[in-house]
Design a protein around this ligand. Structure first.
Ligand code: 13P
Length: 250
């Protein structure tokens, strides 16, 4: 049985003061027995704060990006080893905002995935199609390419300790959620694609849905057989909403 995971992606939001209030509310609202697994991916400068606030609680934390190399002259970049210094368990790689706004290719995302995985972090690999791609009927091709870049660099066995997040670009921050059936269709496609390589791995892989998940639609989405939780943007910044989404994944 796959344990559901609900991860918050704070993106470039927060301040020491706001984070403190949010994390305090999450820690006091979360109860280990009742909940699925729950994590927050915070901006780099707040990793230390997340670690201090969350250590000893059931909530895990992580980052939103990582560089493929351990160290070197890469101004502005952060390595997996650095994330581990702050107790991170998770790191998002290949979010569509990074692919689109910063031109991250499938190959670069695969390198980031490999570095994160090799260092012991659990990468959350984001895949998903744009509206245009969906309308052109190439959703499955796009997602296959995104997955294959990682599979061909690290091999399917390196996917054992990883998470995939299906995030249709047209549903991110738009208030337009994929219907549970639309999401399930793609999740099943991803699982089948993995199963062609390794059925056991495919069965174990947690595949999250991301894109305008709210407390109001989470139960239905998480009720689909191949949706193993969510990657939550906007709603992860409001403690009550995020906790409700975590409860929906119970
Ligand atoms: P929203 O939940 O705000 O649509 O963002 C989804 C997302 O991009 C999570 O990574």
């Amino acid at each position: 049985m796959r344990r559901k995971l609900v991860a918050g992606n704070w993106k470039m939001h927060g301040s020491l003061e706001q984070n403190k209030a949010l994390l305090d509310a999450l820690v006091s609202g979360v109860t280990q027995s009742e909940m699925s697994e729950c994590a927050v991916c915070v901006p780099f400068p707040y990793l230390c704060q997340a670690q201090m606030e969350l250590v000893g609680s059931p909530i895990k934390w992580g980052a939103q990006d990582v560089h493929p190399l351990h160290q070197g002259a890469y101004t502005g970049e952060v390595s997996a080893k650095m994330l581990l210094d702050f107790g991170c368990q998770y790191v998002i790689v290949g979010h569509s905002e990074r692919r689109t706004l910063y031109g991250e290719s499938n190959e670069l995302v695969a390198e980031k995935f490999a570095a994160a995985h090799a260092s012991g972090l659990i990468p959350i690999l984001c895949v998903g199609e744009t509206l245009e791609q969906r309308e052109n009927g190439v959703t499955e091709q796009i997602i296959s390419k995104q997955l294959d870049a990682v599979l061909s660099l690290v091999g399917e066995h390196s996917l054992d300790n990883a998470v995939i997040a299906y995030e249709p670009v047209w549903a991110i921050g738009t208030g337009k959620t994929a219907s549970p059936e639309q999401a399930q269709h793609v999740h099943l496609f991803i699982r089948q694609r993995l199963a062609e390589r390794d059925a056991q791995l495919a069965n174990k892989m947690r595949i999250l849905y991301g894109g305008s998940v709210k407390a109001a639609n989470a139960v239905e989405l998480f009720g689909m057989p191949d949706i193993d939780g969510g990657l939550i943007g906007g709603a992860s910044l409001i403690a009550e909403d995020f906790l409700a989404i975590c409860r929906a994944a119970k």
